[in-house]
Design a protein around this ligand. Structure first.
Ligand SMILES: [Zn+2]
Length: 400
């Protein structure tokens, strides 16, 4: 809370050796903050009192980008994806990938003590890889509680929000590192204050209405791996962090894209060749002299195991470019967000594009190259294509 201090000028005139004590009270409609300052000058003691009022419902939420690289990011700039959502001193981390704790957090001047809560979208290493280390380091090794609620001070265990159906899966991924300990058996509840979110459940985070939005991330044929994105709402602000997702299916998810005032989505940038003009025919490779068209290429494409979605095959074979990265197919892509004809996907409206920031992209973006080695300024390109841009580590979004 930041009360509008009516004594700003008085504060400035305070003696150097001053103590300020703040107190805040909440009424139904507003928060009132009081402060008392005791200052010591050479000859006297001075007291100053002040107060400020902040109406409730005024948001001051802040989202800091801690890391925003894709799974195959391999530099110490982008790191893996994590956003820190901050309100009233509480810090909720949206995903905690492999590079996030401690490296990316350290870079933003944060330590493990800054983690109040974590929300995990799904079980890939670039989203959960930092969780085990954080759990172990935060653990109360002196008292060794087997459940956080039995600890003398349960605050060692960060809150862990996740879809109810995902709890066992996550433990499956973390179990090897956290279960067998000297003298006791650990569970997820040993290291985290797990808050399972049931289907269609809403919960409160500092006055924000929070909701998970499940989307298709990976499909084997018999199993679908969902990614549980976050939709949060307060006042006029409606923030949608998608997590990892294949390009959305309008009928089901368009509702959230329309409703949101601010979106951060995953965006795969591999396979995008910005040098080729829009409207170009798209092929994945050449087989037996035949151009094979999209959509998704089959198993036998490309001898190097590289699948190229967006490539002009005007006599040019894709695998001639050593720098082409394969596309995973489990993320929404830049071409889809930008609405290139080659993406063969539903086009976003200009209104949705304007509020859409992109994350979870490849290293070549910061190297100002497209996946084919052409020089590209991606931020400029994104603006040209009507999108808000690519988020970068350290970037802060404030909602007031
Ligand atoms: Zn993933």
């Amino acid at each position: 809370m930041k009360p509008k201090l009516l004594c700003k000028s008085l504060l400035r005139s305070l003696p150097r050796r001053s103590r300020i004590t703040c107190l805040s009270l909440e009424t139904q409609s507003e928060k009132v903050g009081f402060f008392v300052s005791v200052g010591l000058t050479n000859s006297s003691i001075r007291f100053i009192f002040g107060y400020g009022v902040v109406p409730k419902g005024v948001c001051a939420i802040k989202i800091t980008v801690i890391g925003c690289g894709g799974a195959f990011s391999d530099n110490d700039y982008l790191y893996h994806q994590s956003f820190m959502i901050e309100e009233n001193g509480r810090k909720l981390f949206f995903d905690m990938g492999k590079d996030v704790y401690p490296h990316a957090m350290k870079k933003q001047g944060l330590s493990m003590k800054d983690v109040d809560s974590i929300l995990i979208t799904h079980g890939h290493d670039d989203h959960i890889g930092g969780l085990g280390t954080l759990g172990l380091r935060r653990y109360d090794w002196k008292n060794k509680p087997t459940h956080w609620s039995k600890a003398p001070d349960p605050s060692y265990a960060p809150k862990l929000y996740l879809a109810e159906s995902f709890k066992d899966e996550l433990w499956g991924a973390l179990r090897l590192g956290l279960e067998t300990n000297e003298g006791f058996v650990g569970t997820l509840d040993t290291f985290f204050q797990v808050v399972p979110i049931a289907n269609n459940q809403h919960w409160d985070f500092e006055g924000w209405d929070m909701q998970l939005v499940s989307q298709i991330h990976v499909m084997t044929g018999s199993t679908i791996m969902s990614a549980h994105g976050l939709f949060m709402e307060k006042g006029e602000h409606r923030i949608f962090l998608t997590g990892d997702t294949q390009f959305f299916q309008p009928r089901q998810v368009m509702y959230f894209y329309d409703k949101a005032t601010f979106i951060i989505t995953d965006c795969e940038t591999a396979g995008t060749n910005l040098k080729f003009p829009e409207g170009t025919e798209v092929y994945d490779t050449i087989q037996d002299g035949e151009k094979v068209t999209l959509p998704w290429p089959g198993k036998e494409v490309d001898p190097n195991g590289m699948m190229v979605m967006e490539l002009l095959a005007q006599g040019i074979e894709p695998y001639k470019w050593g720098c082409i990265k394969f596309m995973s197919g489990v993320h929404s892509t830049y071409a889809e967000h930008a609405g290139y004809p080659s993406a063969n996907a539903t086009k976003l409206t200009p209104e949705i594009k304007k509020k859409t920031w992109m994350s979870h992209y490849g290293d070549h973006v910061v190297l100002h190259k497209d996946a084919f080695g052409n020089s590209v300024n991606w931020q400029e390109q994104a603006r040209k294509d009507g999108l808000a841009g690519f988020v970068i580590p350290g970037q802060v979004f404030e909602f007031k």
